[in-house]
Ligand binder design. Structure first.
Ligand code: ATP
Ligand code: SF4
Ligand code: MG
Length: 344
């Protein structure tokens, strides 16, 4: 696939045809592989330095697997993950360890991601000790500074995670991720486990830190209203594939994939007049199994626009009209804009 960012911009991450298939094993003593879970099944996207790519899609579509594969918690089945021209997909040992310092991940559950037996000071300092980023005194000073940066009081440094609320814990997780000066952060549903009342605060914090430290984000969420708030571009995932990729506003105004349109129809709109007239597209059935992916277009079993060709031929993920707008649908041009756009 050709470049999917403007030629003059600086691309930090270039993912090409990435696949992560998990073997499905049977047998107790003599395990044999009886199939594969096609969790990520050939995805390509770019992220420009300093920008946020939002990754959306329903549960089980492969969002977390993409994040975990980029950070090399998994060895990808195939494809490339170019991080400033170094392919993370094939790195091992020392070079991988050094690259990992530049890429950090923030997880959904701030209760599970912080070890309850350590003080928050030692949790934030741990990555700095691992990478030997200064003397004990320098690391302690930087930990105090990081607490301030994420909006927590420095005197909390010797407290334990259970003494904090969910929102505060997520701030601690952010401070820990920032401690080794990463350039790229994968935030996997960072606010989904939080109370609605603190979500905006954590989102605002992430945006402020992005400007302050020139961070690049891959922001994973199943919530399109959250992604709209933070992302510059949005990738929509369905059953292991990206089915649409576009600038945020363009995606909301002129979706080119029926699945994106269905997801958008479920996002509440603050205007009660428009909300009343909107038609919600309810998709029939569940997400098919990623072990037996439907042939042709993998969305055809649930698509309200499906035709015969959809059951036979897989649509290419190709550029449609508009600014760097990509979609995988035989009938992309026939997808009508959402009602709230035509109303305006
Ligand atoms: N380690 C693994 N081994 C086998 N299958 C896996 C593994 N991790 C994920 N899967 C499967 O891969 C598919 C994609 O999972 P993934 O967690 O990436 O989805 P997701 O989009 O992040 O979903 P959610 O919104 O629920 O977090 C699912 O069918 C899941 O069961
Ligand atoms: S290719 Fe066919 S089944 Fe797939 S999204 Fe487009 S219209 Fe629907
Ligand atoms: Mg997930």
């Amino acid at each position: 696939m050709a470049t999917i960012t403007e030629p003059q911009t600086k691309t930090l991450l270039e993912v090409r045809d990435l696949k992560m298939h998990f073997p499905l094993k049977r047998g107790i003593i003599f395990q044999r592989t009886v199939g594969h879970v096609h969790a990520v099944d050939g995805v390509s996207f770019d992220i420009e330095r300093g920008q946020t790519l939002g990754l959306v899609g329903e549960s089980g579509s492969g969002k977390t697997t993409i994040g975990r594969t980029i950070i090399r918690l998994y060895q990808p089945t195939s494809g490339s993950i170019l991080f400033e021209n170094t392919d993370l997909a094939n790195l091992e040992g020392d070079p991988l360890w050094r690259m990992r310092r530049r890429v950090q991940m923030i997880f959904q559950d701030p209760y599970a991601s912080l070890n309850p037996r350590f003080t928050i000071g030692s949790l934030i300092a741990e990555p700095m000790h691992i990478y030997k980023l200064g003397s004990a005194k320098e690391i302690r000073d930087r930990t105090v500074e990081l607490l301030r940066v994420v909006g927590l009081r420095p005197e909390y440094i010797d407290r334990y995670p259970h003494e904090f609320s969910g929102g505060q814990r997520q701030r601690i997780a952010v401070a820990r991720a920032l401690s080794i000066n990463p350039e790229f952060i994968i935030a996997d549903e960072p606010v989904s486990a939080l109370d609605v009342s603190v979500r905006a605060q954590v989102l605002n914090l992430l945006q402020r830190l992005q400007r302050q430290f020139d961070l690049t984000y891959l922001f994973v969420s199943h919530d399109l209203s959250v992604v709209r708030h933070v992302a510059d571009r949005i990738a929509v995932m369905y059953l292991g594939k990206i089915v649409e990729l576009a600038d945020r506003d363009e995606l909301y105004r002129t979706p080119r994939h029926p699945y994106t349109k269905a997801l958008l129809s479920a996002v509440p709109i603050p205007d009660p007049q428009i909300e009343k007239k909107r038609q919600r597209i309810i998709l029939s059935g569940d997400l098919p199994s990623p072990i037996n992916v439907p042939r042709g277009c993998r969305f055809h079993t649930r698509c309200p626009m499906a035709q015969d060709i959809c059951r036979q031929e897989e649509p290419l993920f190709e550029r449609k009209e508009g600014r760097l707008h990509y979609a995988a649908c035989h009938f992309a041009e026939k997808v009508s804009p959402p009602a709230e756009v035509t109303e305006q």
